[in-house]
Design a protein around this ligand. Structure first.
Ligand SMILES: NC(=O)c1ccc[n+]([C@@H]2O[C@H](COP(=O)([O-])OP(=O)(O)OC[C@H]3O[C@@H](n4cnc5c(N)ncnc54)[C@H](OP(=O)(O)O)[C@@H]3O)[C@@H](O)[C@H]2O)c1
Length: 251
């Protein structure tokens, strides 16, 4: 059963992140602490409404490209979870502009790398002591998202083996970098009892995915939650899943 005591999610003010918050609250055993991060808490109307009626939800300012906000969020989370640590970190925030070879710019390449790859790595680095603390609470348990895990919301566009159309240079390359970060983390953190896996949410109707997308946020996150539940033991780490289909994707 998926039952992490504490979860931190980035990019929760809209889209897939907001829906992940909602579906964690619907679990049989919802988290005791749900840190719903966003860049601008004051403007996060829907998220604030959820937090008002669910005391376990804390809206926390976190911009993945601003290190000071990451450090401040870490201190806040540490003061709340205390010795129990943080069970699950979901790096969800991301950007996507479909620019091809003719229009790609240095600025867009750098921006995508910062938000989609460097940001999640720096967030992970900051919260690592808390994830390790959570893993130490249950040293003999197999790897799982309830014990201690990092989930990187990636994209099918980051798969090199499944790239058949080209284009979208900033998105494809930055998500491929995130995939390598995921694989690397899974190797580095195995000894600490921390799982790390990447999930593609499907083509989802959000501001990013657009109206023509194939699935709703509810359908996408239902799939993601099923994958989170089934990730167990070393087999569940260092993988790249299609969340909606529940199948592995080639790197
Ligand atoms: N939708 C799809 O079809 C699709 C497909 C493949 C992968 N994905 C991945 O799924 C994840 C969620 O996407 P979505 O569809 O929900 O997109 P979305 O509706 O555009 O939401 C993106 C979220 O990321 C946040 N964000 C952007 N830059 C940030 C930063 N510097 N620091 C912190 N948060 C930041 C946004 O916050 P603001 O409101 O402040 O900008 C927003 O909360 C992304 O990683 C995306 O790459 C989505």
């Amino acid at each position: 059963m998926l039952s992490p005591k504490s979860v931190l999610i980035t990019g929760c003010n809209r889209g897939i992140g907001l829906e992940i918050v909602k579906q964690f609250l619907q679990l049989t055993e919802p988290p005791k602490f749900l840190f719903a991060c966003c860049r601008n808490p004051v403007a996060a109307t829907e998220l604030n409404a959820i937090a008002e009626s669910n005391p376990q939800v804390r809206v926390v300012e976190l911009d993945v490209v601003k290190q000071d906000t990451i450090e401040k969020a870490k201190l806040l989370v540490a003061s709340i979870v205390e010795n129990e640590g943080l069970n699950l970190l979901i790096n969800n925030s991301g950007v996507y502009v479909p620019i091809g070879l003719v229009d790609v710019t240095r600025e867009e390449m750098k921006r995508h790398y910062e938000v989609n790859a460097v940001g999640p790595l720096m967030v992970t680095q900051a919260f690592l002591p808390l994830l390790k603390q959570a893993a130490r609470q249950h040293p003999t348990d197999p790897l799982s998202c309830s014990k201690a895990g990092i989930i990187n919301i990636s994209s099918g566009t980051g798969s090199i083996s499944e790239n058949s159309t080209g284009g979208s240079y900033p998105s494809r390359t930055s998500k491929a970098a995130l995939n390598m970060i995921t694989s690397n983390l899974s190797l580095d953190l195995k000894v600490d009892g921390i799982l790390c896996t990447a999930i593609h949410p499907g083509w989802v109707k959000t501001e990013m995915g657009g109206e023509s997308a194939l699935i709703t946020t509810e359908e996408s996150v239902k799939g993601i939650m099923s994958v989170l539940e089934k990730l167990q033991g070393e087999e569940g780490s260092g993988k790249f899943y299609h969340g909606f289909k529940g199948e592995l994707i080639g790197w």
